[in-house]
Structure formats: C-alpha cells, structure tokens
Design a protein around this ligand. Structure first.
Ligand SMILES: Nc1ncnc2c1ncn2[C@@H]1O[C@H](COP(=O)(O)OP(=O)(O)OP(=O)(O)O)[C@@H](O)[C@H]1O
Ligand SMILES: [Mg+2]
Length: 272
C-alpha cells in the first residue's frame, strides 16, 4: 500500500551556544493509510524537531515531506496536530474551542455546532460543552484539544507526547479512547512519545530513534490483536514488546544521560 505520509531524508541542524548540532540526521518515515505509527526515543533525541518538520512549523531543514504523494511545506490542513502543552483557549467554552477550526474555514453556525458536538461526544465529553477549560482536569483538556484537531478532519493526526503531563492511569485510559476513535475513523496517526507502554498499547509499528543525532534505529512491528484496550498491558506478548523496545531505548537513553552529565561537568569547569 502506498504511504499517505512520507518524510524523506530529513536533516535538521541548529546553531547553539556550543556550536552547530544535528538534531535530526537523515531520517525517513512512511505512514500507511489508516496506520498507527509511533516514533519513540529518549529525551532530546529530536522527536519534537521531527514533529515540527512534518507539521510544517519548522522551515529550516533538508529533505522532503509529502502527503498522498504531494510535497507539502508549512502548516497544512491535511495534517492535524496535538501538542504536549496545553493548547485550549481558556476564554472559550469546550464547544467554542472545538468549533474554532470550523469557524476559520467559514462553516455556518448550525453546521459547526453539530460537528463540534459530534467530536466532543467522540472524546467522551458529552455534557461538558459549556464548561471552560479552567473547570476541567488536565486529561479532559487534552481531550478537548484532540476533539478540536479531529473536528478539522485531517488526513493525518500528528501528536507530540499528548499525554505526557498526565498520570499513568489517565494516560492508559485516554490511550483506550484514542484507540477507539482511531478504529472508528480509520484515522492515520503518527504519535511521538517517549513512553514505551503507550507506544506498544496503540501502535501497528514503532520506530525507535537514536540519541543525537536523531536517526531511525529500528522499526518494530507490533503484532497484537485489535481491537485493543489497556487490558493488553498485562499480557505476556505485551511484556515481550516492552522488553524488546526498552533494550533498544536503554542504550540510547543511557547515551543521552551521559551526554547531559558531561555537559553539566563542562559547565561547572567553565561557567558561562
Ligand atoms: N530551536 C532550537 N534551537 C537550538 N537547538 C534546538 C532547538 N530545538 C531543539 N533543539 C535541540 O535539538 C535537540 C532535539 O530537540 P527536540 O526537542 O527535538 O528533542 P525531543 O526528542 O523532542 O526531546 P523531549 O523528549 O525532551 O521532548 C536537543 O538537543 C535540543 O536542545
Ligand atoms: Mg519533545
């Protein structure tokens, strides 16, 4: 099957105080229609950089991003993004948050309210339409962000650690919600994460990244039955995947940690 999203030979360099660094080095990813692919890697390996390139938020890079065979650059309506940070509008109700992208494309009020309600219900927030984000829990606010992104019906859902700020139980249950929705919409999804459980729970394939420069280290096929729920976390097969990915990741994360420690020592030796 032809991939719907491809990022080919992406290289990103940044100028920092310590000189130029290569954050992402010649990475390629291809996501098939309807697939759930996760990119996993240790902190600082270049995941968000890759996310920003694919989502069109970063202009300075080498390589090519295509959706359905067409090269894209800059923010693009076919790619819907969900961020790690809070991104709801605190001054708008849940309904008006979710309806916001529909307002931008000029949908009439009736149609946008109907559609917003549909996606609010899909993320399980029926009855909360008139609340403000400040009256909701963090997990509920992330669901509002998800509903808002889904409401614009993107070809590809691109998420960067959307549940990182949440506790483990909420994260697992929200994972179930995302799985349900993905199944229902056949939504092509690219998830960026450093959480192994989350990646195995949800993915068809997991791409493991190396630590600095960020490269593709390995792709693991997750051959677990669907539909899945978080119950699968307790199964033996699940545990084997977690162990396999941790073995790969451990090497990279350790390298990252050594690197950071060295950096701290250098700073101490030569402050400023
Ligand atoms: N705008 C920037 N300017 C300079 N360096 C940057 C910039 N953005 C990222 N970097 C550096 O590039 C590397 C990769 O950063 P990135 O944020 O992509 O990592 P990450 O994998 O998303 O990390 P985390 O898991 O902590 O979110 C890091 O060393 C970071 O300091
Ligand atoms: Mg990041």
């Amino acid at each position: 099957m032809q991939p719907i999203l491809t990022a080919e030979n992406i290289t990103v360099r940044f100028d920092t105080q310590e000189g130029a660094i290569t954050a992402v080095d010649d990475m390629s990813v291809a996501v098939r229609p309807g697939e759930f692919l996760s990119v996993i890697g240790p902190s600082g390996c270049g995941k968000s950089t890759l996310f920003n390139v694919i989502g069109g938020l970063l202009g300075q890079y080498q390589g090519k991003v295509s959706v359905a065979g067409e090269t894209v650059s800059g923010p693009h309506s076919s790619i819907g993004m969900v961020f790690q940070e809070e991104s709801t509008f605190p001054w708008r109700t849940v309904l008006d948050n979710v309806a916001f992208p529909l307002e931008l494309i000029g949908l009439n009020k009736r149609a946008r309210v109907d559609k917003a309600r549909h996606f609010i219900s899909m993320v399980g927030l029926d009855g909360f339409e008139n609340r403000y984000p400040g009256e909701l829990s963090g997990g509920m606010r992330q669901r509002v962000s998800l509903a808002r992104t889904l409401a614009s019906e993107p070809k590809i859902l691109l998420m960067d650690e959307p549940f990182a700020a949440l506790d483990e139980q909420t994260r697992l249950l929200l994972g179930d919600k995302v799985l349900q929705i993905q199944q229902q919409l056949k939504q092509t999804t690219l998830l960026i994460t450093h959480n192994i459980t989350e990646a195995v729970q949800m993915s068809d394939r997991i791409l493991v990244m190396t630590y600095r420069p960020g490269r593709a280290k390995r792709i693991v096929d997750i051959d677990l039955p669907r539909p899945r729920t978080s119950e699968i976390v307790g199964s033996e097969a699940f545990g084997r995947y977690v162990a396999q990915i941790w073995a790969d990741l451990r090497e990279e994360a350790s390298r990252g940690m050594r690197d950071e420690e060295q950096h701290a020592r250098d700073e101490k030796a030569a402050p400023g």
